[in-house]
Ligand binder design. Structure first.
Ligand SMILES: [Zn+2]
Length: 103
């Protein structure tokens, strides 16, 4: 007697047919490759998110420093430009982290 294999139900991305992705990687209806849960992809995503997350902090801190420096006395437009540039890159990284971690 074989132990029962838990059925993993998924729909084919091509034709929408309900298939058991735990037993096959190809759709029996249209032959298209099924997107099953690949742990490597999520680890890669997680690593990317961590890398971006690590970038956010120094970029944000540097941007804040430039912002403070530029605001002292008269406004230094060059420093303000660098500050805004760094802060927008930090914001972009943060957006990337959210995008990567959200499904
Ligand atoms: Zn199909």
């Amino acid at each position: 007697m074989r132990p029962p294999i838990p059925a993993v139900e998924a729909t084919c991305p091509k034709c929408g047919q309900l298939v058991d992705s735990g037993r096959t990687t190809y759709c029996p209806n249209c032959g298209g490759a099924l997107i099953t849960s690949f742990p490597a992809v999520s680890i890669l995503k997680l690593l990317g998110a961590i890398c971006l997350g690590l970038l956010v902090l120094p970029l944000g801190a540097a941007g804040a420093c430039f912002l403070i420096f530029s605001m002292q006395g008269r406004i230094e437009w060059q420093l303000l430009g660098i500050a805004l540039g760094l802060l927008s890159v930090a914001a972009l990284c943060l957006w990337g982290v959210i995008k990567l971690l959200k499904r």
